[in-house]
Ligand binder design. Structure first.
Ligand SMILES: Cc1cc2nc3c(=O)[nH]c(=O)nc-3n(C[C@H](O)[C@H](O)[C@H](O)COP(=O)(O)O)c2cc1C
Length: 213
């Protein structure tokens, strides 16, 4: 049994910041697992429920909960993949898109994180970003439980027939298919960016630079 998080705090509880060296060490070696290596066991129902609860702690401007989850598991997941196979076969790039389906067929559990937009003052961009934060928390949390995860979109996040099959409506879009399971082989470190090359410190002189728009 994977470690489960403690009960969620109650509204208004004191959540004073506590350093967590274990979290830092964990994040320093966080790595996605190839979806094709994700096998049984996947998270249990209790672990999945805990995972989704943690994911809903994502920052959310306006407290709009501009996301929802679709769990794909078991026979229903197989039926969903069969539906994707049929959609793929009818596409002009059938061979290419069919080859991508292994990543959703193989893992025992997939959570589709659905971004939706709530009309009002909060920009759509921020609501979509919040859905991305949900996905990020989910892959971190499930890895902390000891499982492997991979956040994927692939063609079926964008193909209208595939998103109809998934049951999306209106402004809804797939933020990610988060595939979950136990990796059959350990992930290896990949190339990482040079952080220093990504950082500038703003100075007042920068404000004078004219850039094309
Ligand atoms: C929004 C989003 C969509 C992604 N879609 C795909 C995808 O369709 N196919 C794929 O192989 N990897 C995809 N990835 C990349 C993987 O999730 C993963 O991050 C990467 O392969 C390994 O990096 P990591 O170990 O640092 O997480 C996507 C990542 C993000 C953030």
């Amino acid at each position: 049994m994977a470690p489960l998080p403690p009960a969620a705090p109650q509204f208004g509880d004191d959540l004073a910041i506590r350093p967590s060296p274990e979290t830092l060490a964990f994040l320093a070696r966080r790595r996605s697992a190839s979806a094709l290596t994700l096998g049984e066991p996947g998270p249990t129902e209790a672990e999945l429920r805990a995972l989704l609860t943690l994911a809903t702690r994502a920052p959310d401007h306006g407290k709009l909960t501009p996301w929802r989850f679709i769990v794909l598991q078991g026979a229903e997941k197989r039926a969903f993949v069969e539906g994707l196979e049929a959609i793929a076969a009818a596409r002009p790039d059938a061979a290419k898109v069919q080859a991508k389906l292994g990543k959703i067929r193989v893992p025992p559990l997939t959570v589709a994180v659905i971004s939706r937009v709530v009309e009002g003052e909060i920009p759509e961009w921020e609501q979509r970003l919040s859905a991305g934060a949900v996905c990020a928390i989910m892959i971190i949390a499930v890895q902390a439980m000891g499982y492997g995860a991979n956040w994927i979109t692939d063609w079926y996040a964008y193909d209208p027939a595939a998103t109809d099959l998934l049951g999306l409506t209106g402004s809804e879009r797939v933020a990610g298919f988060v595939h979950l399971g136990t990796p059959t082989e350990p992930p290896l470190e990949r190339v990482r960016p040079d952080v220093d090359a990504l950082v500038t410190r703003w100075t007042r002189a920068m404000a004078a630079v004219q850039r094309p728009r």
